[in-house]
Design a protein around this ligand. Sequence first.
Ligand SMILES: [Zn+2]
Length: 242
Amino acid sequence: MKLKIFLIISIIVLAGIFWMTWPDGKARVIFCDVGQGDGVLVMQNNFEMLIDTGPENMKMVQCLEKHLPFWDKTIEAVVLTHSDSDHSGGLKQIRSYYKINEQNAYSWSLHKGDALKYGSIVYEVLSPSEDWGNENDNSTVGVLKVKNLSFLLMADVTSNVEQKLVWRKELYKVDVLKVSHHGSAEATSQELLDAVNPAEAIISVGKNNRFGHPTKVVLDRLNQAGIKIWRTDEQGEREFDL
Ligand SMILES: [Zn+2]
């Protein structure tokens, strides 16, 4: 009798836990606080996509543990914008906690015109379309569209790439800009801001980093354009629930 009651209570508790952690159908875009680096989690129902993984400091794993239900240990797609350790260094640690669907782990193989789609999530690649001869400019630039919000993710490209995209008229207005290269002075040109006119700019950056990111010139440019700034070093992760 006691065992029966114990079993019934256990089942009710377990059902309750599953019910509480069951996905609500909303799509989420989370700019994780990964310190100095980039790491974006895009999720809806049981689908999770990462765009970069942060450095090897466990911060991306912590972000995943915070947002994924405890029983979901599979990540469906990973985009690594380039091989710098502040963007891809966390992958190894993530792999020891989560299974990544191998066929969807993209390692710098995406080019202009490629797109990934799941439900109301679309990631369209704008760059590279050519070899720039250096890692940062060859990094993957893409627009993430989730329901009616759009995010331009600039990875670490310099204004050389920005200008080419502007000249070719391949940029358009977006709601949110993930500022290139952690706010480096070599990117986020006025031409780019004029072309994409975002309401908000996210700077993914580590506290007191040795590069002096984000730079004053970029912060001034964003402020002057009236763009709301979110800094992960000061405000932590930025979550959009859609
Ligand atoms: Zn970087």
